[in-house]
Design a protein around this ligand. Structure first.
Ligand code: CA
Length: 257
Protein backbone atom coordinates (compact mmCIF):
# COMPACT_ATOMS: atom_id res chain seq x y z
CA UNK A 1 0.00 0.00 0.00
CA UNK A 2 2.70 2.45 1.04
CA UNK A 3 4.70 1.61 -2.04
CA UNK A 4 1.75 2.16 -4.34
CA UNK A 5 1.09 5.57 -2.86
CA UNK A 6 4.72 6.60 -3.13
CA UNK A 7 5.12 5.26 -6.66
CA UNK A 8 1.98 7.14 -7.64
CA UNK A 9 3.52 10.30 -6.26
CA UNK A 10 6.69 9.85 -8.24
CA UNK A 11 4.81 9.27 -11.46
CA UNK A 12 2.64 12.28 -10.78
CA UNK A 13 5.59 14.53 -10.07
CA UNK A 14 7.52 13.38 -13.10
CA UNK A 15 4.45 13.92 -15.22
CA UNK A 16 3.98 17.42 -13.84
CA UNK A 17 7.64 18.08 -14.51
CA UNK A 18 7.27 16.74 -17.99
CA UNK A 19 4.37 19.00 -18.70
CA UNK A 20 6.05 22.01 -17.18
CA UNK A 21 9.55 21.55 -18.44
CA UNK A 22 10.87 19.00 -20.81
CA UNK A 23 14.38 19.63 -19.56
CA UNK A 24 13.66 18.25 -16.10
CA UNK A 25 12.08 15.15 -17.54
CA UNK A 26 15.16 14.50 -19.63
CA UNK A 27 17.38 15.07 -16.65
CA UNK A 28 15.32 12.59 -14.72
CA UNK A 29 15.82 10.00 -17.39
CA UNK A 30 19.55 10.57 -17.50
CA UNK A 31 20.04 10.43 -13.77
CA UNK A 32 21.04 7.10 -12.35
CA UNK A 33 21.11 8.14 -8.72
CA UNK A 34 18.31 6.64 -6.73
CA UNK A 35 17.30 7.93 -3.31
CA UNK A 36 15.26 5.79 -0.96
CA UNK A 37 13.17 7.85 1.44
CA UNK A 38 12.01 6.14 4.64
CA UNK A 39 9.53 8.50 6.27
CA UNK A 40 6.17 7.83 7.88
CA UNK A 41 4.82 11.39 7.81
CA UNK A 42 3.06 11.87 4.53
CA UNK A 43 3.66 15.62 4.21
CA UNK A 44 7.39 15.29 4.73
CA UNK A 45 7.58 12.26 2.46
CA UNK A 46 5.79 14.13 -0.32
CA UNK A 47 8.05 17.13 0.12
CA UNK A 48 11.12 14.92 -0.11
CA UNK A 49 9.90 13.00 -3.12
CA UNK A 50 8.89 16.16 -4.93
CA UNK A 51 12.17 17.98 -4.34
CA UNK A 52 14.40 15.02 -5.08
CA UNK A 53 12.52 14.16 -8.27
CA UNK A 54 12.74 17.81 -9.34
CA UNK A 55 16.52 17.61 -8.91
CA UNK A 56 16.73 14.64 -11.23
CA UNK A 57 17.00 11.85 -8.69
CA UNK A 58 14.87 8.81 -9.07
CA UNK A 59 13.05 8.37 -5.80
CA UNK A 60 11.61 5.46 -3.91
CA UNK A 61 9.58 6.30 -0.85
CA UNK A 62 8.28 4.02 1.87
CA UNK A 63 6.57 4.69 5.18
CA UNK A 64 8.08 2.06 7.47
CA UNK A 65 11.44 0.80 8.58
CA UNK A 66 10.60 -2.75 7.55
CA UNK A 67 9.84 -1.65 4.00
CA UNK A 68 12.91 0.56 4.05
CA UNK A 69 15.12 -2.44 4.76
CA UNK A 70 13.39 -4.53 2.15
CA UNK A 71 13.78 -1.89 -0.55
CA UNK A 72 17.33 -1.02 0.40
CA UNK A 73 18.46 -4.63 -0.11
CA UNK A 74 16.40 -5.19 -3.21
CA UNK A 75 16.96 -1.91 -5.06
CA UNK A 76 20.35 -0.94 -3.65
CA UNK A 77 19.71 2.84 -3.81
CA UNK A 78 22.59 5.33 -3.94
CA UNK A 79 21.44 7.10 -0.78
CA UNK A 80 18.92 6.39 1.98
CA UNK A 81 17.20 9.26 3.78
CA UNK A 82 16.06 7.74 7.05
CA UNK A 83 13.58 9.17 9.52
CA UNK A 84 14.33 8.19 13.13
CA UNK A 85 10.83 8.15 14.63
CA UNK A 86 9.03 5.44 12.72
CA UNK A 87 6.17 3.18 13.76
CA UNK A 88 7.31 -0.42 14.17
CA UNK A 89 11.03 -0.73 13.55
CA UNK A 90 12.58 2.63 14.42
CA UNK A 91 15.18 4.46 12.35
CA UNK A 92 18.15 3.49 14.52
CA UNK A 93 17.30 -0.22 14.16
CA UNK A 94 16.98 0.24 10.41
CA UNK A 95 20.35 1.95 10.37
CA UNK A 96 21.93 -0.85 12.39
CA UNK A 97 20.52 -3.48 10.04
CA UNK A 98 21.63 -1.58 6.95
CA UNK A 99 25.16 -1.16 8.24
CA UNK A 100 25.44 -4.75 9.47
CA UNK A 101 24.36 -6.34 6.22
CA UNK A 102 26.87 -6.97 3.50
CA UNK A 103 24.45 -6.05 0.73
CA UNK A 104 23.51 -2.65 2.17
CA UNK A 105 26.56 -1.66 4.22
CA UNK A 106 27.97 0.64 1.54
CA UNK A 107 24.79 2.60 0.94
CA UNK A 108 25.20 6.08 2.43
CA UNK A 109 22.56 6.91 5.03
CA UNK A 110 21.35 10.39 5.98
CA UNK A 111 19.42 10.48 9.21
CA UNK A 112 16.52 12.92 9.27
CA UNK A 113 15.76 13.89 12.82
CA UNK A 114 13.67 16.31 14.77
CA UNK A 115 15.13 18.91 17.08
CA UNK A 116 16.22 17.53 20.44
CA UNK A 117 17.21 14.15 19.04
CA UNK A 118 20.95 14.85 19.20
CA UNK A 119 21.59 11.76 21.31
CA UNK A 120 19.90 9.62 18.66
CA UNK A 121 21.94 11.32 15.95
CA UNK A 122 25.12 10.47 17.84
CA UNK A 123 23.97 6.85 18.14
CA UNK A 124 23.06 6.79 14.46
CA UNK A 125 26.45 8.12 13.39
CA UNK A 126 28.15 5.55 15.61
CA UNK A 127 26.03 2.84 14.02
CA UNK A 128 27.46 3.94 10.70
CA UNK A 129 25.08 6.61 9.37
CA UNK A 130 27.00 8.97 7.11
CA UNK A 131 25.32 12.28 7.79
CA UNK A 132 22.24 13.77 9.35
CA UNK A 133 19.85 16.58 8.66
CA UNK A 134 17.67 18.29 11.24
CA UNK A 135 13.97 18.82 10.65
CA UNK A 136 12.54 21.08 9.49
CA UNK A 137 15.01 21.28 6.63
CA UNK A 138 14.99 23.38 3.52
CA UNK A 139 14.88 21.36 0.30
CA UNK A 140 17.95 23.26 -0.84
CA UNK A 141 20.01 22.10 2.13
CA UNK A 142 18.76 18.57 1.75
CA UNK A 143 19.73 18.38 -1.92
CA UNK A 144 23.16 19.82 -1.13
CA UNK A 145 23.67 17.15 1.56
CA UNK A 146 22.62 14.35 -0.76
CA UNK A 147 24.94 15.58 -3.49
CA UNK A 148 27.84 15.98 -1.06
CA UNK A 149 27.29 12.46 0.20
CA UNK A 150 27.24 11.03 -3.32
CA UNK A 151 30.43 12.90 -4.11
CA UNK A 152 32.16 11.59 -1.01
CA UNK A 153 31.01 8.02 -1.46
CA UNK A 154 32.55 8.01 -4.93
CA UNK A 155 35.90 9.15 -3.57
CA UNK A 156 36.84 7.01 -0.60
CA UNK A 157 38.63 9.06 2.06
CA UNK A 158 42.40 8.97 2.23
CA UNK A 159 43.93 6.47 4.64
CA UNK A 160 46.25 7.26 7.50
CA UNK A 161 49.36 7.28 5.28
CA UNK A 162 48.19 9.82 2.70
CA UNK A 163 49.24 13.46 2.58
CA UNK A 164 46.18 15.68 2.76
CA UNK A 165 46.09 18.98 0.89
CA UNK A 166 43.00 20.97 1.73
CA UNK A 167 42.35 24.71 1.93
CA UNK A 168 45.67 26.20 3.17
CA UNK A 169 46.67 22.93 4.88
CA UNK A 170 49.24 20.33 3.90
CA UNK A 171 49.20 17.41 6.33
CA UNK A 172 51.98 14.93 5.69
CA UNK A 173 51.84 11.76 7.82
CA UNK A 174 55.20 10.48 6.58
CA UNK A 175 57.03 13.48 7.99
CA UNK A 176 54.46 14.07 10.72
CA UNK A 177 54.35 17.63 9.48
CA UNK A 178 51.55 20.14 9.13
CA UNK A 179 51.97 23.34 7.16
CA UNK A 180 49.37 26.05 6.84
CA UNK A 181 49.93 28.57 4.07
CA UNK A 182 53.57 27.38 4.01
CA UNK A 183 54.15 27.86 7.73
CA UNK A 184 54.99 24.78 9.76
CA UNK A 185 52.73 24.15 12.71
CA UNK A 186 54.16 22.78 15.94
CA UNK A 187 51.87 19.94 17.00
CA UNK A 188 51.84 16.88 19.22
CA UNK A 189 51.33 13.38 17.85
CA UNK A 190 47.72 13.40 18.98
CA UNK A 191 47.06 16.84 17.53
CA UNK A 192 48.41 15.48 14.30
CA UNK A 193 46.24 12.37 14.34
CA UNK A 194 43.06 14.32 15.10
CA UNK A 195 43.70 16.90 12.41
CA UNK A 196 44.74 14.33 9.83
CA UNK A 197 41.69 12.23 10.56
CA UNK A 198 39.21 15.12 10.38
CA UNK A 199 40.81 16.77 7.35
CA UNK A 200 40.94 13.52 5.42
CA UNK A 201 37.18 13.25 5.87
CA UNK A 202 36.34 16.92 5.30
CA UNK A 203 32.63 17.59 5.47
CA UNK A 204 31.86 14.53 7.59
CA UNK A 205 30.66 14.97 11.11
CA UNK A 206 32.20 12.67 13.69
CA UNK A 207 31.16 11.98 17.25
CA UNK A 208 33.77 12.23 19.99
CA UNK A 209 33.72 8.47 20.32
CA UNK A 210 34.46 8.04 16.63
CA UNK A 211 37.38 10.45 16.88
CA UNK A 212 38.70 8.60 19.92
CA UNK A 213 38.51 5.36 17.99
CA UNK A 214 40.31 6.82 15.03
CA UNK A 215 43.22 8.29 16.97
CA UNK A 216 43.57 5.94 19.90
CA UNK A 217 47.19 5.21 20.55
CA UNK A 218 48.25 1.82 21.74
CA UNK A 219 49.89 3.05 24.90
CA UNK A 220 47.09 4.90 26.57
CA UNK A 221 43.38 5.49 26.63
CA UNK A 222 41.94 8.63 25.09
CA UNK A 223 38.61 9.65 26.59
CA UNK A 224 35.84 11.51 24.82
CA UNK A 225 36.36 14.46 27.13
CA UNK A 226 40.05 14.43 26.23
CA UNK A 227 39.04 14.99 22.61
CA UNK A 228 37.39 18.29 23.57
CA UNK A 229 40.53 19.39 25.37
CA UNK A 230 42.65 18.23 22.44
CA UNK A 231 40.60 20.15 19.93
CA UNK A 232 40.56 23.27 22.08
CA UNK A 233 44.36 23.13 22.20
CA UNK A 234 44.61 22.43 18.50
CA UNK A 235 42.38 25.38 17.67
CA UNK A 236 44.60 27.66 19.70
CA UNK A 237 47.57 26.55 17.64
CA UNK A 238 45.64 26.98 14.40
CA UNK A 239 44.97 30.64 15.21
CA UNK A 240 42.99 32.26 12.43
CA UNK A 241 42.54 28.87 10.78
CA UNK A 242 40.82 27.43 13.84
CA UNK A 243 37.38 27.77 12.28
CA UNK A 244 38.12 24.98 9.86
CA UNK A 245 37.39 22.64 12.74
CA UNK A 246 33.71 23.12 13.37
CA UNK A 247 31.87 22.14 16.52
CA UNK A 248 28.61 20.41 15.71
CA UNK A 249 26.57 21.15 18.79
CA UNK A 250 25.49 18.10 20.73
CA UNK A 251 27.13 15.79 18.22
CA UNK A 252 30.82 16.24 17.63
CA UNK A 253 33.27 17.83 15.19
CA UNK A 254 33.72 18.33 11.50
CA UNK A 255 36.50 19.70 9.30
CA UNK A 256 35.00 22.23 6.93
CA UNK A 257 34.74 21.02 3.34
CA1 CA B 1 8.53 10.10 11.82
Amino acid sequence: MAITVAAGLIVRFLLVDYLESRKIWQNSLMSKNTVLVVEDEEDIRELLVYNLAKEAFSVLAVESGELGLEYASREHPDVVILDLMLPGMDGLSVCRHLKNSETTRDIPVIIASAKGEEADIVTGLELGADDYIAKPFSPKVLIARVRALLRRSRQPPADAGTTIKIHEFVIDPNKFKITIADNTLDVTANDFKVLHFLASHAGWVFTRYQIVNAVRGEDYVVTERAIDVQIAGLRKKLGKYADYIETVRGIGYRFRE
